[in-house]
Design a protein. Structure first.
Length: 100
């Protein structure tokens, strides 16, 4: 059909697309830098864990990815000391409903 959709659309790193809707293009670099700064301020091991989950999730179905994400999250929660959950509950004014 002669369509070139999906072909030839790669851009050099740092290039801002000029075909974005509204005023998104001028704000894109600033927004990306804000997100990058927030990620850089997070604990390195946590960011690495999330990256691993996202990368691993590309090889499975959505449902399988969600199930694996949940399994890994509970694994992390189980590794936290009980005092963490007690402190969290006091701050939120909540009581836990389930045991991990």
């Amino acid at each position: 059909n002669g369509s070139s959709a999906g072909r030839g659309t790669s851009r050099s790193p740092g290039a801002v697309p000029n075909d974005l809707p509204g005023d998104l293009a001028p704000n894109l670099v600033g927004a990306a830098l804000d997100v990058a700064a927030r990620i850089a301020a997070m604990p390195r091991a946590g960011v690495a864990g999330y990256k691993r989950v996202m990368r691993d999730g590309l090889a499975v179905t959505y449902a399988e990815g969600r199930a694996e994400e949940r399994r890994r999250a509970f694994e992390q929660y189980r590794a936290l000391p009980e005092s963490f959950f007690q402190s969290m509950g006091r701050k939120a004014g909540l009581k836990p409903r389930a045991r991990l």
